[in-house]
Design a protein around this ligand. Structure first.
Ligand code: FRU
Length: 514
């Protein structure tokens, strides 16, 4: 009887064990399948950064520490909508391939972690680390809904792996509801840290100084100036090289509602002085999906200034048809200043080691031949909208010229030159498969072009739902999202009667970074 009872128990236990084992295998398998499918979803960018899952907006705390580029970003750990703002974290050795890191700074009780900066406090000026273990210090906005925005500090002494919030936060509080997005950098001539931070409703950037990152003294303010039709956010002040020269210029970038603008001038450690010739509003991006762009801090001396922005637009960001993530970052760009007839403006180019993603030159043609020529991507060995496409147009063209990408029989995103307006353009009118009204309403984007030379050069990066276009080596740039529904994928030469209108067309298949 006893033996029989034991046998029963043993059989029962074996049964439970087997059941448990099978369940675990199924769960693990599903997890692996889910993992495998990640980054293969429709519209998922293959060489632009996006988090595995959930919502992201602004890039935060871009800093280079001991050979590692850190990318923190506004992140909602709990869903695919804006909320519970927290700093997500990723790292890279080449600004292209990213390793996801654990959440850096989580929301706490009623305080969300809004945008800000991270610096490597190598001399331990803050005293938050030690000489042997200098801290990384994050300076961000603590946001208490409808009550207060003030500047806070968190620090890490293990190179960004774990973070501690400073116990005397906030470190800068004007008792205001809107006061946000500190950008901090070391200003060597005066041997102090400088913070620029926005008074969004006043359309002002304020400058503060500190020797220890914790106590800040007001220096000056800038604005209202330029475009003041919305709230000012995410200021960024950086010194950049003048193209083909050893001189340097300062550029102050500000985001506003859904667009960015920049001011060229000088910074003397106290004031930002706008160049007297800047009379118009200047934008770093002519497209709709470029916001909250900031530059990397503490790059090595010979490293070009590098910026990353959020490739999205607040008008429709919450409704874009992507899942399980929403939001991606732009390609990293290098910055220069150039003077055109007395007016300074920005030159932006994608970082050059993007070339390392080229898998093969899939297609090339000196001059396109026919009206309405269509290049089927499949026929040239490209099976996804993941490629780089370079070509040239002539500014002497008599009619609209260009190409259409993300194209099928009926739709496409047109990129080209409109001679009657002397403008380059992007037109996503014909891709509004995504019926969100705000998105459909914002669809035609233009930039004036310097027509002194006949050749207009286009460098186009197509990445499933993000298109970035660099015209004439960075004279103007467009970042545009599009969510086409299409079966056959192709590139079409725009309806033109001029033979050979598109010259030196090259299409490179790019490899995924994931
Ligand atoms: C800009 C912004 C910032 C703020 C953050 C909140 O996109 O509104 O001003 O810190 O996003 O997520």
């Amino acid at each position: 009887m006893k033996f029989f009872f034991n046998l029963k128990t043993i059989t029962k236990n074996i049964f439970i064990f087997c059941l448990f084992y099978i369940l675990s295998v199924v769960v693990l398998q599903n997890k692996l399948i889910a993992q495998e499918k990640l980054y293969q979803e429709p519209y998922r960018p293959q060489y632009h950064f996006s988090p595995k899952a959930n919502w992201t907006n602004d890039p935060n705390g871009l800093v280079y520490v001991k050979g590692v580029y850190h990318l923190f970003y506004q992140y909602n750990p709990f869903g695919n909508v804006w909320g519970h703002m927290t700093w997500g974290h990723a790292t890279s050795k080449d600004l292209l391939h990213w390793d996801h890191q654990p959440i850096a700074i989580p929301e706490e009780k009623d305080t969300m972690i809004f945008s800000g900066t991270c610096v490597y406090d190598q001399i331990n000026s803050s005293g938050l680390g030690t000489k042997e273990k200098p801290p990384m210090v994050a300076i961000y906005t603590g946001h208490i809904k409808d009550v207060n925005q003030s500047q806070h500090v968190a620090f890490s002494i293990d190179e960004g792996k774990t973070w501690t919030k400073y116990n005397k936060n906030p470190i800068l509080d004007l008792g205001k509801k809107d006061f946000r997005d500190p950008k901090v950098f070391w200003y060597a001539p005066k041997k102090y840290w400088v913070m620029c931070v926005n008074l969004p409703l006043e359309h002002q950037v304020q400058f503060y100084a500190s020797t220890n990152l914790l106590n800040w003294k007001f220096l000056s303010d800038f604005g209202p100036k330029g475009d003041t039709t919305g709230v000012w956010e995410c200021p960024d002040l950086v010194q950049i090289p003048v193209l083909n020269s050893t001189n340097k210029k300062w550029v102050l970038q500000v985001s506003m509602s859904e667009k960015m603008q920049y001011f060229m001038g000088e910074f003397n450690g106290v004031n930002f002085i706008l160049d007297s010739n800047q009379k118009t509003i200047l934008r770093p991006n002519a497209g709709p999906d470029y916001y909250a762009g900031i530059t990397y801090g503490q790059l090595p001396a010979n490293h070009l200034p590098t910026t990353i922005a959020w490739a999205n637009n607040w008008r429709y960001a919450g409704n874009i048809p992507t899942s399980p993530w929403k939001g991606a970052m732009t390609l990293p760009r290098n910055l220069w200043a150039e003077n055109n007839n007395g007016v300074w403006h920005l030159i932006q180019r994608p970082i050059t080691n993007l070339n390392s993603l080229r898998k093969k030159l899939a297609y090339q043609k000196i001059a396109t031949e026919a009206k309405d020529e269509t290049i089927s991507l499949e026929s040239i060995g490209i099976n996804a909208d993941v490629y780089e496409c370079n070509f040239e147009l002539s500014s002497a063209s008599k009619e609209k010229v260009g190409i259409s990408v993300l194209n099928d029989k009926f739709r496409g995103v047109e990129i080209g030159y409109e001679p009657s307006l002397k403008q380059v353009f992007i037109n996503r009118t014909k891709t509004n498969s995504f019926s969100e009204k705000e998105f459909a309403d914002i669809r035609y984007f233009t930039a004036p072009i310097n027509t002194a030379t006949d050749k207009i050069k286009f460098k186009v990066f197509v990445d499933n739902s993000i298109i970035e276009v660099f015209v004439n080596d960075g004279e103007s740039v467009f970042t545009v999202q599009a969510f086409p529904v299409h079966s056959d994928k192709n590139i079409k030469i725009l309806n033109t009667t001029t033979q050979g209108s598109v010259k030196n067309l090259q299409i490179y298949l790019l490899q995924s970074i994931w």
